[in-house]
Design a protein around this ligand. Structure first.
Ligand code: NAD
Length: 278
């Protein structure tokens, strides 16, 4: 079986660089999708309270018969739960649904414009880690000023910052700050939800290497040392996205793909994205 490289993100915690994302996988089909990904060889699953499918992830992990230390599970605190007591209570619910402590728990969005300060939330995350509900804590969609503030105020660095990164949004400023601080970058929507797959420059590289444009794009992330978890529920694509370790891009390929950046977001802007209760 292909062995996926691991990246060390915190004391005693390493994460497989390639995982399986379950955003927009319906709760009722999540157990089957995750079971399929585990059969293909994935050992790292990226879910979130917001996705409503943690139970399906937990059921698949349990049914797999794999031991918990062979698996890596990330979840994320939902936007309505930024207050300390809410965060602790909801982290416990995630642990219950996932069938055991998480490996990595993230603040999903900073929500800098709401009346709960994300600094309170980050302090709650530290408590959640210290209570043993997760092995490592991190953030998602944090911009540089958000990171600077939580680090300055608590002295605790997030293990990872999960941000939107793909060839059309290289997100250099945040990615650069992460690297400077020793915070691992996780690249969400790594193929821009499919938008980069018809790009002629990526297609030319893919044709030369006999690979697909999805594989070339995912390999670009891997060689830049970012962590990725593409999402698909189609077995052939889930298999295709796992075959990234039998070829290499040249430096020129990497530069050509990086040069495609046009600061194009597929998701919301973290500086303005707000929480509106349902
Ligand atoms: P993605 O870039 O992984 O693209 C998914 C889309 O591409 C799906 O429509 C899928 O059918 C298609 N696809 C996947 N593999 C393909 C292939 N080989 N060939 C052709 N089409 C293919 O986008 P995503 O799902 O938004 O992101 C991946 C993961 O990132 C999510 O599942 C989630 O875990 C995470 N995520 C996190 C945040 C956040 O705010 N932290 C936001 C979005 C996504």
């Amino acid at each position: 079986m292909t062995s996926v490289p691991e990246i060390r993100i915190a004391d005693g915690v390493s994460i497989p660089q390639l995982g399986f994302g379950v955003y927009q996988v319906p709760p009722e089909t999540t157990e089957a999708a995750v079971t399929m990904a585990l059969e293909v060889g994935y050992r790292h699953i990226d879910t979130a309270q917001m996705y409503g499918n943690e139970q399906g992830v937990g059921d698949a992990l349990k049914a797999s018969g794999l031991s918990r230390d062979e698996l890596f599970v990330t979840s994320k605190l939902n936007n309505g739960f930024h207050r300390r007591d809410d965060a602790l209570r909801e982290a416990e619910k995630s642990v219950e649904r996932l069938g055991g402590p998480m490996d990595l728990f993230l603040i999903h969005w900073p929500l800098p414009t709401i009346d709960v300060d994300y600094l309170e939330t980050w302090k709650a995350m530290i408590e959640i880690r210290d209570a043993g509900l997760t092995r490592a804590i991190g953030v998602s969609n944090f911009q540089v000023p958000h990171l600077e503030r939580i680090i300055a105020e608590t002295g605790v660095k997030p293990a990872v910052n999960q941000i939107e990164v793909h060839p059309y949004l290289t997100n250099d400023t945040v990615r650069g700050y992460n690297a400077e601080q020793g915070i691992a970058t996780e690249a969400w929507s790594p193929i821009a939800q499919g938008a980069v797959l018809d790009d002629p420059a990526i297609a030319a590289i893919a044709e030369r290497l006999g690979k697909t444009t999805a594989q070339v794009t995912l390999r670009w992330h891997i060689q830049r040392n970012d962590i990725v978890f593409p999402k698909s529920v189609t077995r052939s694509r889930v298999e295709e996205n796992f075959q990234l370790f039998d070829f290499e891009l040249t430096d020129a390929d990497i530069q050509a793909i990086t040069a495609l950046n046009k600061d194009h977001r597929t998701g919301p802007d973290p500086d303005t994205f707000d929480y509106v209760p349902a």
